[in-house]
Design a protein around this ligand. Structure first.
Ligand code: ADP
Ligand code: ADP
Length: 227
């Protein structure tokens, strides 16, 4: 469980990106942060893995204040997926995924085996493993990005507009795959999007943010649609 308690972020130039955000992302559920560009979604997400430090308030991960954890150790338990998959261009797909298990102490052979399994998990054929990222479509690259985020088997996945850069049909496939994966793996997911339809489709709970970094609503999709 991830708990935000009155969390704010003010950047050095005075911009208040997030203002007293209080919400809970339940274990094994998808919590979506949705709202217009600049409303503080990315800042909120990056505070969870301490890529950005909160100015005030408290974030707890499984009951523990994240400020008391070593950031590198904290991040081992948190997968991170961004809009443009962020793959290493000079490594093959398999090596992109296998890098993470190698970093966390697996043998090279075990890491490659795990990477091959993860390709299947995200719905890609094994042959793609030998290619380089630029030889894949945008949607395939995003799947590899998800596979890499899953490589260390983190309980938590942070996803920042992971499907926004692919065309609408592929996006729907990726959304469906994510829901399938989620029903199998049961990760605790915090998912950022500016697309309300995507938020309603994917979220167990949806946090609607508005510019200025304030929380406007936090509810189930059904309750939001009924309101
Ligand atoms: P979103 O993800 O919803 O688009 P962001 O969290 O990226 O929003 O940004 C929230 C606000 O903080 C915006 O006004 C943005 O311009 C500002 N911001 C983001 N990063 C910085 C930064 N490093 N320095 C100053 N302002 C920033
Ligand atoms: P994205 O929305 O795809 O994350 P942005 O263009 O919003 O990309 O931000 C790119 C980078 O610039 C981020 O690291 C963000 O923190 C930073 N940034 C965003 N807005 C500002 C700002 N107003 N001042 C300084 N840095 C910013």
């Amino acid at each position: 469980m991830i708990e935000f308690q009155a969390v704010s972020k003010r950047y050095p130039d005075g911009t208040v990106a997030v203002d007293e955000l209080t919400l809970t992302a339940e274990d094994g559920r998808v919590t979506v942060l949705v709202g217009p560009s600049g409303c503080g979604k990315t800042t909120s997400l990056r505070m969870i893995n301490r890529m950005i430090e909160a100015t005030s308030g408290t974030i707890r991960l499984m009951g523990e204040d994240i400020r008391e954890k070593d950031p590198a150790l904290l991040r081992r338990g948190i997968g991170y997926v961004i809009q443009h998959a962020g793959l290493f261009p000079h490594r093959t797909v398999i090596d992109n995924i296998a890098t993470v298990p190698v970093l966390t102490g697996a043998t090279r052979r075990a890491a490659r085996k795990r990477a091959e399994d993860l390709l299947t998990t995200v719905g890609l054929p094994a042959e793609l493993g030998r290619r380089y990222p630029k030889q894949l479509s945008g949607g395939q690259q995003q799947r590899v990005g998800v596979a890499r985020a899953l490589a260390a088997d983190p309980p938590v996945l942070l996803m920042d507009e992971p499907f926004s850069a692919v065309d609408p049909i592929v996006r729907e496939d990726l959304q469906d795959e994510l829901l399938r994966l989620q029903s199998e793996l049961g990760k605790t997911i915090v998912f950022v999007t500016h697309d309300i339809d995507e938020a309603v489709k994917l979220g167990d709970k949806v946090a609607v943010m508005r510019v200025g970094g304030r929380l406007a609503q936090f509810d189930t999709p059904a309750a939001l649609l009924a309101a």
